[in-house]
Ligand binder design. Sequence first.
Ligand code: ZN
Length: 263
Amino acid sequence: MKKIYIVTLALAALSLQSCKKGGLNLFSIEDDIALGKQTQQEIANNPTEYPILDEATNQAAYNYLYTMRDAILNGSSEFQHKNDFEWKLYIIKRDDVQNAFCTPGGYIYVYTGLMKTLDDASSLAGVMGHEMAHADRRHSTQQMTEVYGIQTLLSFIGGNAQQIAEIAGQLISLKFSRNHETEADTYSVKYLCPTRFRADGAADFFKKLGGSQGVPEFMSTHPDPGNRISNIEKQKTDLNCSDADNYTPGEDITNYNQLKAAI
Ligand SMILES: [Zn+2]
């Protein structure tokens, strides 16, 4: 890990001029992947907080989610890191938590509480698209570049593995900025528009529960849920996306209800 950072941060320092629009990011794609793997490990080491449903014994539920993920990944040409990231899925068995999140490098975690609260596949696909956008747009490492500052990050050249682990440890609790939440909503619509899912699925949770149910990651405290619904609906209109679902067999309401019963 240490060597990776020394090399990539040095290279990043040399290539600051070439940073793309959307915010400065001092980290490399490999850093995103390494940070994601480290977070994945920390989650695996904490089964009390994150009780992951075993994939082998919950195949139907995992297959359902992987089919959904593939429809999103393959349906859209908007992904920049479709082939760089693993896009692995985990279901967390916590019926009391209506949330989902995605680490850098594309490890997607969905709580059973969220799946059980939502009514259909498009609603879940909307949240999944939102979370995948955070990873694909590399919001976490962009945010870390901003929070820690270039000087601090560059000082890690020659820093130790423990410092780097501490930074990675903060990823789980790092809040995305307002702009990143809006961008993730916007990209969720872009991703879903060419698929069989309703493109405004990400707005369904807000419409159903408003702001009364705590602060899930994909919802956050800001921007205002009402503004997020309007932004999502506007994107859908601007892109001329279909108003209807066009599910494949296995994704309709009946089967979504079977999914809920299975978890
Ligand atoms: Zn979010």
